[in-house]
Design a protein around this ligand. Structure first.
Ligand code: NDP
Ligand code: OAA
Length: 271
């Protein structure tokens, strides 16, 4: 496998290769920041380390899967070339698929090349049930309410463009309501989970998203509600943010690791 992105999630994923949690080789790694590439190499014993490359197109040769843990721009750059080079892809920055042209191109390329695009559950719970409910054909509503401390939302394009200053907040405030498509574009580094939920359920246009900034909340909280002919589903995850990136929940990295681990497992539990 190869890794695109050596930040918070990429480092945790690399550690899981280094300590054998994922029973496969991490062959090559890429990040635009050479120091971050080197710090991932340093996670490994000499002789076992992946090769750091400074051109992402060098990730593909002889590799069966590329893990993207970088950002939405990276999904745009790496997904189609990976699939065309015979690699499956695991996308953390799934919100990039809100762009319907890219989404269609990715799906068409994967079908043509016989490759697989994996989107892990990430920082949310309940995709197993939402997927099964969607299969019944009468899943009617799916909504996600995400509450983060202002530090976990800072710098989002929507806040900057609308001149919303979160430092002035003294209580929980809804800062965004819209579809998952709109949320992914407005908060590209904060709400990739909405795209995973949409793809499991009723699609990004029909999935509704509310984002709450709460100065008294220290966790990244994701609450899902889904209703339909099968009944209703509600899940809440109160995630501990990663120490190196408050936007990113620690569980998101572990979810990707579990996905990669079970690709090689003989018993695979869950939908
Ligand atoms: N699906 C889910 O549940 C979740 C998804 N995420 C998403 O996962 C991704 C990774 O998160 P995280 O590890 O916390 O992020 P970090 O910012 O900690 O790390 C990302 C790394 O990738 C680099 N990078 C970003 N874009 C590119 C690019 N186009 N080309 C080369 N390098 C690039 C960054 O460099 P630089 O520092 O220069 O920007 C940085 O080193 C993000 O998109 C995040 O939004 C996060 C949490 C949950
Ligand atoms: O980690 C989280 O809580 C969710 C997140 O940032 C994302 O989906 O982009």
């Amino acid at each position: 496998m190869s890794l695109f992105g050596c930040g918070t999630i990429g480092t945790e994923v690399a550690r899981a290769f280094a300590d054998g949690t994922i029973n496969a080789d991490l062959v090559r790694i890429y990040d635009r920041n050479a120091e971050k590439r080197q710090s991932v190499v340093d996670e490994f014993r000499a002789g076992d380390a992946p090769e750091p490359v400074d051109d992402f197109t060098d990730l593909f040769d002889g590799v069966d899967l590329v893990v993207e843990a970088a950002g939405q721009s990276a999904v745009d750059e790496v997904t189609v070339p990976s699939l065309e080079s015979g690699c499956d892809v695991l996308l953390l920055s799934a919100g990039a698929l809100a762009a319907s042209e890219l989404r269609q191109q990715v799906v068409r390329t994967a079908e043509r090349e016989g490759q697989v695009v994996h989107v892990p559950s990430g920082a949310i719970a309940g995709l197993d049930a939402v997927k099964a409910a969607a299969l019944t054909g009468d899943l009617e509503t799916v909504s996600l309410t995400t509450t983060k401390n202002p530090a976990g939302l800072e710098g989002a394009p929507y806040l900057v463009e609308n001149d919303i200053d979160l430092s002035a907040l003294d209580s929980a405030t809804t800062v965004f309501e819209g579809s998952a498509t709109e949320a992914a574009l407005a908060f590209p580094s904060n709400i990739n989970v909405a795209m995973a939920l949409s793809l499991a359920g009723i699609g990004p246009g029909g999935t509704t998203v509310r984002i709450v900034a709460d100065p008294d909340e220290s966790n990244n909280v994701h609450h899902i509600e889904a209703t339909g002919g099968m009944g209703s589903i509600e899940t809440t995850v109160r995630n501990v943010p990663s120490p190196t990136n408050p936007k990113t929940s620690y569980l998101a990295a572990v979810s990707a690791i579990e996905k990669l681990r079970t690709m090689g497992a003989t018993v695979r539990v869950g939908t």
